[in-house]
Design a protein around this ligand. Structure first.
Ligand code: AMP
Length: 282
């Protein structure tokens, strides 16, 4: 695996590879890698000649400075995992490389209603930050295919919207969520959970599955209340949201018509760690 820190050098290398007819698959990450990230690498390797990952903890997408400061960093282990997975290139930019003119005057994007729903509501400015870093990374890398995890379902929708506005559109491939045996979605933030927290955190998946099993046409409030109680009983101290939403728009539903494709989607705090997950219900 070849490591690049310079966007200029990386861009030159990638254009020469594409000039030789090779396709490029891109997996953007913030490091602290786990099997979920490696699943994206594996999918990219199946569909592309060259796979590139990036590791960059983007400050502009953190609305909470504490969350940014505490974001786990395991660079040496990450490099080993990527090499073992057969990743060809790794982009490790510093902040000047991504934001050469600073972070003060970055563009704002037209994202529509999705920007302020759910994650957007609880993390103001988060999706603008995601778009700022993704536009820059996609401009440098210009991948043929971009691999994203379904775990960050709303982020997939936002990046798809950004991608549509770009001159060189990538094909977006969404990879199913990789879970622990307990059902807990793998996440870099799980590294901050205690041993007991790791066990209790599986209640998110259990509550999403409960919603999947019990979904029926009509009012959803009682079902959601029981699902929420499963989280508080497991020790979750705060639920930002646990809702059933229209899968296409992510607008929150209080009734289900028995037909609309829906997703249960959740963000909640356990031991001070904010975890998110989602599950398609039908
Ligand atoms: P992150 O490093 O958390 O920014 O994630 C980088 C990419 O990995 C994003 O596209 C995530 O959606 C994806 N990802 C994170 N966790 C998982 C998981 N458990 N399963 C599949 N993809 C994941």
């Amino acid at each position: 695996m070849i490591l690049y820190q310079s966007s200029f050098d990386l861009n030159k290398k990638l254009r020469s590879l594409q000039g030789n007819g090779l396709s490029i698959g891109f997996v953007p990450t913030m490091g602290a890698l786990h099997e979920g990230h490696i699943a994206l690498i594996n999918h990219s390797k199946l569909k592309n000649n060259i796979t590139i990952a990036s590791i960059f903890v983007n400050p502009t997408q953190f609305n909470d400075p504490q969350d940014f400061a505490k974001y786990p960093a395991t660079l040496e282990a990450d490099i080993i995992k990527l090499s073992l997975a057969g990743c060809d290139l790794l982009f490790l930019p510093n902040i000047q490389e991504i934001y050469p003119n600073g972070t003060g005057n970055l563009p704002l994007y037209e994202l529509g209603a999705i920007e302020n729903l759910l994650e957007g509501f609880y993390r103001p400015g988060h999706f603008q930050g995601v778009c700022q870093v993704m536009e820059r990374l996609l401009g440098i890398i210009q991948p043929n295919r971009l691999f994203l995890g379904q775990k960050d379902f709303q982020q997939c929708m936002v990046i798809s919207k950004l991608n549509e506005q770009l001159p060189n559109r990538a094909i977006i491939e969404i990879v199913p969520t990789v879970r622990e045996k307990s059902g807990l979605a793998m996440s870099s933030r799980n590294k901050r959970l205690s041993e007991e927290g790791l066990k209790n955190a599986a209640a998110i998946y259990q509550s999403l599955n409960f919603l999947k099993n019990k979904l029926a046409p009509g009012k959803l409030t009682d079902l959601l209340e029981t699902a929420g109680k499963m989280l508080t009983d497991a020790g979750f101290e705060k639920i930002d949201y646990l809702v059933i939403a229209d899968r296409a728009s992510l607008s929150v539903l209080t009734h289900w018509d028995g037909k609309t494709p829906v997703t249960a989607i959740c963000a909640a705090f356990l031991g001070g760690v904010r975890l998110i997950d989602n599950l398609a219900l039908n």
